[in-house]
Design a protein around this ligand. Structure first.
Ligand SMILES: C[S@@+](CC[C@H](N)C(=O)[O-])C[C@H]1O[C@@H](n2cnc3c(N)ncnc32)[C@H](O)[C@@H]1O
Length: 453
């Protein structure tokens, strides 16, 4: 069949999953990406969009189900864009995630590295500690929840199987309060109304909650009444902050945040450490798996007490501080100034005096830093999805850092960076994927690279 006469629909066997969680099959020799389809499914797929090198399809008639196919446990699954793998068994999800890491390492990095079975959750529900919920609708008829997959239409969330139940309770109370007081939610199209987002954070260890109300306006009408009602309905709420975002943008937060009631922080206990979480700081969203991840980093670091450890992309200093009791000195680097202040505060509340934190972009700070620091025993890198800038990896290799521990949330950039480091004398060991985000297509990995002597 010629390219011009491609069928509008075809019988497709799904043989893979994309990193976004769509099933991947072929029509003739062209790849087709099919949401809600998983490997082992066979079905009629309608072509929705034709791109230059691939198609986007829609599963219209499932003829044969994958052995891993299940009924989505969440009633919002078909509409909600939050979880992509609701129709796949948990065992299927984790074996696919392992495969995804293996494939990326081989295909992108040209690396034949052992990938361990995924460190999975024993009960993969109610694991999330943070939610960003857009508000919409009209005064008295407030909708609040998630954007429908690929749109800006708000799906009204009544329950959520991945968030901590207290967060859902608070979300319901926020929606009810704003509706009862007949206050206007934000209207994205006309850039009117007030309430844009409710960001909710939970401490699993303390069973406490923080709420950040993001508004278009400088002030919150009936603020005292809102605070009073929420406190009464949700006694676990200990902190309410207000963020002002007056601009026409998809970005959730504006520049200004102030605490309007209660504590400036909530605290999460991970292992023996206690970490402060502020309205704007980054904190891993799955506390149980964060412990599994940090324990793995600590095991790989294999510290004996006197080592000099670099913690790059350190956020609020959590990984470095987790290792501090077994290290000589920790130096963290992070670009966000608030995160750096939180890192210093975290060091203080955990009585760690051997840690220091530098604000700046790793690629700007590290080359000079490693020259000044002398012999570095261990460097931990935990970059965002785009991976490490070459300047960072180059500087670590030139400084002859003994061991590098790479924590990654993106197998593709992990593969690229491991290949780069291998060229410069580092051998990657066994890669350990950790499932931080069950029911979604995301996978975290950690790996130790050792200097070849
Ligand atoms: C995946 S988070 C890791 C945070 C921390 N290690 C943890 O476990 O919570 C990545 C962090 O890198 C920071 N970051 C992003 N780009 C950076 C850069 N160029 N230099 C330094 N830090 C950066 C982000 O602000 C964020 O805190």
């Amino acid at each position: 069949m010629t390219k011009q006469s491609k069928p509008e629909s075809a019988l497709v066997e799904i043989t893979g999953l994309s990193h976004g969680g769509e099933g991947v099959g072929r029509i003739d020799s062209t790849a087709v990406f099919v949401p809600h389809a998983i490997p082992g499914d066979v079905g009629e797929v309608e072509i929705v969009h034709r791109r230059k090198n691939y198609f986007l399809g829609r599963l219209v008639n499932l003829k044969q189900s994958s052995p891993e196919r299940i009924d989505p446990p969440c009633p919002h699954a078909p509409a909600c864009g939050g979880c992509q793998l609701q129709h796949m068994s948990y065992a299927g999800q984790v074996s696919w995630k392992r495969l995804q890491v293996e494939e990326a390492l081989r295909r992108i990095g040209g690396l034949e590295v052992e990938v361990a079975p995924v460190l999975r959750m024993s009960a993969p529900i109610h694991y999330r500690s943070r939610a960003q919920l857009p508000l919409g609708g009209s005064p008295g008829q407030v909708t609040m929840g998630f954007f429908r997959r690929g749109t800006h239409e708000i799906v009204d969330m009544q329950e959520c199987m991945v968030q901590h139940p207290l967060m859902v309770k608070l979300a319901q109370a926020v929606r009810r309060t704003i509706a009862d007081l007949r206050l206007p939610p934000y209207d994205e199209v006309r850039h009117r109304g007030i309430f844009r987002h409710a960001v909710i954070k939970a401490s699993f260890s303390d069973e406490t909650l923080m709420l950040v109300l993001v508004t278009r306006t400088e002030s919150i009408p009936l603020q005292e009444e809102i605070v009073e009602r929420l406190r009464r309905e949700v006694p676990e709420l200990v902190s309410i902050a207000h963020n002002i975002n007056p601009t026409v943008t998809n970005v959730v937060y504006g520049e200004r945040t102030k605490v309007i009631w209660g504590e400036p922080y909530i605290y999460e206990q991970i292992g023996g450490m206690r970490y402060a979480i502020s309205p704007r700081s980054f904190f891993q969203v799955n506390p149980q798996q964060t412990k599994a991840l940090y324990d793995e980093v600590r095991r790989l670091a294999n510290l004996s007490g006197g080592e000099l450890v670099l913690d790059l992309y350190c956020g609020t200093g959590t990984i470095g501080l987790y290792l501090a009791k077994r290290a000589g000195r920790i130096v963290g680097v992070e670009t966000i100034p608030d995160a750096v202040s939180d890192a210093k505060y975290n060091a203080a509340i955990n009585r760690v005096s051997s840690a220091e934190f530098i604000q700046g972009q790793a690629e700007a700070v590290v080359p000079d830093l490693v020259r000044r620091m002398g012999e570095i025993d261990v460097a931990i890198v935990d970059p965002p999805r785009k991976g490490c800038e070459e300047a960072v990896l180059k500087a670590l290799a030139q400084a002859d850092v003994g061991r590098i521990i790479y924590v990654s949330c993106n197998p593709a950039t992990l593969a690229r960076d491991l290949a780069y480091l291998r060229e410069r004398g580092y051998t990657p060991g066994r890669v350990q994927p950790v499932d931080m985000f069950p029911w979604t297509s995301h996978v975290e990995s950690v790996v130790l690279l050792s200097r070849r002597s």
